[in-house]
Design a protein around this ligand. Sequence first.
Ligand SMILES: Cc1cc2nc3c(=O)[nH]c(=O)nc-3n(C[C@H](O)[C@H](O)[C@H](O)COP(=O)(O)OP(=O)(O)OC[C@H]3O[C@@H](n4cnc5c(N)ncnc54)[C@H](O)[C@@H]3O)c2cc1C
Length: 438
Amino acid sequence: MEAKQHDVVIIGGGISGTALLYLLARYTDLKSIALVEKCNGIAALNSHGRNNSQTLHCGDIETNYSLEKALSVQASAAMVVNYAKQLPSCEHILYKYSKMVLAVGEQECDALEKRFQEFSPHYPAMRLWDADGISRIEPNVVWGRNERIAAVGATGEYSAVNFQALADSFVTQAKSTDKNIEVLLATKVKKITDLDGRFELETNRHTLNAKTVVVSAGGHSLLFAQRMGYGKQFACLPMAGSFYFTPDILRGKVYTIQNDKLPFAAIHGDPDLLLGGKTRFGPTALMLPMLERHNWKTIPDFLRLFSLDAGVMKVMWDLFKVSDIRNYMLKNILFEVPYLRQRLFLKDARKIVPSLQLQDLTFAKRVGGVRPVMIDKENRKLLMGEAKINPGNGIIFNMTPSPGATSCLQNAEQDLRILVNQLGCDFAESKFTKELKG
Ligand SMILES: Cc1cc2nc3c(=O)[nH]c(=O)nc-3n(C[C@H](O)[C@H](O)[C@H](O)COP(=O)(O)OP(=O)(O)OC[C@H]3O[C@@H](n4cnc5c(N)ncnc54)[C@H](O)[C@@H]3O)c2cc1C
C-alpha cells in the first residue's frame, strides 16, 4: 500500500500532541495533519485526570517556582482558560475551586508573607490569610491545630482542569476545521526514518510519510530522538506519583510549602474531579525503572535511556548526598509498601488536615502517572520542567513533566513557530493572539 502523505505527523495523543494538532488546524494554512496514538483513546496516560493532579498551575501557590517561572506558567494557564472559555463544554473542562498554599510554623509563615509581597502585584486575586481567614475557606485545615499557620491563595478562579476532556476538545475542534485531519488511534509508531527532506514512519498499521514530525510521546520521545542520533546528552529519570483518597475533607486545593532542598513538588490535597465526593492527597515521587506507569514492557526502554555513565552518576550522587533528598526518596519507596504506606503518608497528610485519621486514608490503586524528568549528562544536572530537542531538520521531540499539561498551548505555540519556519506556511498570528492571549 502506498504511504500516506502529511504536512505534519504528531506522535502522541496526550495533551501536548492534541494541543499542537488544534493550533496547526486552526491557525495555519497547512492542509494535512495526522496524529498517531498507540492507545485506543486520547489522553489515556499521563494526561488522563486519573494520573495527574488536575491542577491548572498559575504559579501563585507553587512555592517551588521563582517569580520568573511563575509568570511564565501564569501565561500558559491563561491560554488554556482563554481557549476553554470559548467552548460550550467549558464547564466540563475547567473548574473553579479555592486554592491556597499553607505555611505551618513561624519560619514558613514568615517566608510566605515575604513571598506574598513579591508575588501579589502580579496576581490581583491573591490574598494572604491567617488562621481565621483559612478556617472560613478550609475549616478542616485549621481544626485541631496549635501552631501558627498562614496561607496565600485565591477564590473564584479556575484552578482545576480535566486534561483529558481538554485534549478531547482539541481533537474535536481540530476536526471541525476544513483541514484534512487524521487521528489514528491504536497505532503505534515503531520507527522514524529521515529520508532527507521528508520522514517515513513505520507503524503497526500503516506507513506514513511526513514533511515534518513532532514527537510528544512522554519519555518515549527521548528514545525516538536517540535512535535517530539526537539528544544523546540526555538521560530520563521517570518519577512516578501515587495518590491517597480520603472522604471530601477539603473544599478546594491546598498546597504545602516546598522544601528548598527537594527537586520535586511537595504533596497537596485536591478535590477529585473524576470521582466527586473524594479528596486526593499526593503525589508522591518514586523513581521507577519504566517509561509508563504499570507497564512493565517499558522497562527495557527505560534501560536504553538510563545508562549509568559519569554524567548520570554525578547527578545521582548530587541527589543522594543531600540527606533531605535521600530520606525523601526512601520515604517515597515506603509510601508504596502495603500496611506501612498509609501510616507513613498519614503523617505528611496531617500537615494539611491535622485531624485526619488512618481509617480515612486509602491508597489510590492504579492512579498516578510518570513524570519523565530529564538529566543533562553534559552539564551534569537535573532539568526540571519541559525539554525540547530540535535538530532543525523538521523533527521535534518533546518531553513534558509537570507542569506540562498546563503549558500545553504554550509548548505547542513554540512547535508551531518552528514548523511555520520549516514549512513556510501561513500563521494567522493576530487571530491566535486575540483568541488565546487576548
Ligand atoms: C503524578 C503527576 C501529577 C501531575 N500533575 C499535574 C498537574 O496537576 N498539572 C499539570 O499541568 N501537569 C501535571 N502533571 C504533568 C502532566 O500530566 C504532563 O506534563 C502531561 O500529561 C504530559 O502530556 P504529554 O501529552 O506530553 O504526554 P502523555 O500524556 O504521556 O502522552 C504521550 C502519548 O504518547 C503516546 N505514545 C507513546 N509512544 C508512542 C508511540 N510509539 N506511538 C504512538 N503513540 C505513542 C502515549 O500512548 C501517550 O498517549 C502531572 C504528572 C504526574 C505524573
